[in-house]
Design a protein around this ligand. Structure first.
Ligand code: PLP
Length: 391
């Protein structure tokens, strides 16, 4: 019975061109990877600064593993909170300009933990409709009244805030850089609106931390928002930082509250201390090798200029996430396959990850890419893109 019910759902998925399949990676993350037995130039990792395979991170992790072993052995509140985790939290607080930071095992858990710890039944949570799945799940899990506003539409947000009853706390939650679109949330305006409507603001900086801001401090640094204006700041460590894990940064009171009430923090094993050591090393590289951010900016400009000349369907993203909008699921898959045949790996992102009718190729650029890599991408896109291009 279970088998038959599941088979029906799988068949429906396949017929919709929405079936998801994994590929097997046989090398480190880099611009070129060995995957499913083929050597490919990839434009789909979130390793925006090319740090996932950096020798300084590898050395730090190796040394820490020799001293601290592999497993952390317990949760942070039992006996798993090592000096390396502690130092990393202090460093993250410094970089983000917050009182404190708290490490979580993943970004997904940080979002579930923070949202559900801050609000509950009788409260209100309002999210951008293009927020990451983990934030949407967090809103639902919290038990608060849950609403979504139109993407980056401040008028829609304010209309909804004005209609809320007096009772209950209010939390506004956004991605600071939207993961499938690459555009940014208007955080300065959102902070003002939150203050005006007596709401708390939370931003998920998974795609900003390490990349945005003069020192890589992320969206808070880029927009100059302190912890009064943006009280709940979430960042991840598995993307631009090139390691693993996530954090929430904010006031002393916020962090103490999360330690008491965030269940995905309390009831899980701490990440391996060697990962924390690698992350600390990465944060140093992020500061020291600022050329990685400027090189990435150069690649983004190069790609956008070239794609615009070709008449490719660019979106309005200023970041390393440069999606090309296709629309139809099957067509997005066909383009992805045609690129693959030419040795370029870019995944087709389809619903339910993105809204119906907005399937796209999610191209991500990295400081690990060269100008020549971007030129090869552009000429291959020109060769395989269906229909009329301007050239
Ligand atoms: C990747 C991502 C997460 C989840 O972070 P993990 O550490 O991979 O669990 C959360 N929010 C956004 C916007 C993301 O892109």
């Amino acid at each position: 019975m279970l088998e038959r019910a599941l088979q029906r759902r799988l068949t429906a998925r396949r017929e919709q061109s929405r079936y998801r399949q994994r590929r097997v990676l046989e090398s480190a993350q880099d611009s070129r990877i060995e995957i499913d037995g083929k050597n490919m130039l990839q434009f789909c990792s979130n390793d925006y600064l090319g740090l996932a395979n950096h020798p300084k991170l590898i050395d730090a992790m190796t040394i820490a593993a020799k001293n601290f072993g592999v497993g952390s052995g317990a949760s942070h509140l039992v006996s798993g909170h090592s000096v390396l985790h502690h130092r990393l939290e202090e460093r993250l607080a410094e970089i983000t300009g917050r009182d404190r930071a708290l490490l979580f095992s993943t970004g997904y858990m940080a979002n579930l933990g923070a949202v559900a710890a801050l609000i509950g039944r009788g409260d209100h949570v309002i999210e951008d409709r293009l927020n990451h799945a983990s934030l949407l799940d967090a809103g639902l899990l919290s038990g608060a009244r849950f609403q979504r506003f139109q993407h980056n539409d401040l008028d829609d947000l304010q209309r909804r805030l004005r209609k809320l009853p007096e009772e209950g706390n209010r939390l506004i939650v956004v991605d600071s850089v939207f993961s499938m679109d690459g555009d940014a949330a208007p955080l300065v305006e959102l902070a003002a609106i939150a203050q005006q409507h007596n709401a708390w603001l939370m931003a998920d900086d998974a795609h900003g931390f390490g990349v945005l801001g003069e020192h890589g401090g992320g969206s808070a640094e880029h927009f100059g928002l302190d912890q009064q204006q943006l009280p709940v700041l979430m960042g991840t460590l598995g993307k631009a930082i090139g390691s693993y894990g996530a954090f929430i940064a904010g006031s002393e009171t916020l962090i103490e509250s999360l330690i008491q009430f965030a269940r995905p923090y309390i009831y899980t094993t701490a990440i391996p201390p060697a990962i924390a050591a690698a992350t600390l090393a990465s944060l140093e590289v992020v500061q020291e090798e600022s050329w990685r951010r400027s090189h990435l900016q150069g690649l983004i400009q190069r790609f956008r200029t070239g794609a615009a000349e070709l008449g490719l369907p660019l979106m309005t993203s200023p970041t390393a996430i440069q999606p090309l909008l296709v629309g139809d699921d099957a067509q997005a898959m066909a383009i992805s396959r045609a690129l693959e045949a030419q040795g370029i790996l870019i995944s087709a992102i389809r619903p339910p990850t993105v809204p119906d009718g907005t399937a796209r190729l999610r191209i991500t650029l990295s400081a690990a890419h060269s100008d020549a890599n971007v030129d090869q991408l552009l000429s291959t896109l020109a060769a395989v893109w269906p229909g009329e291009l301007s050239r």
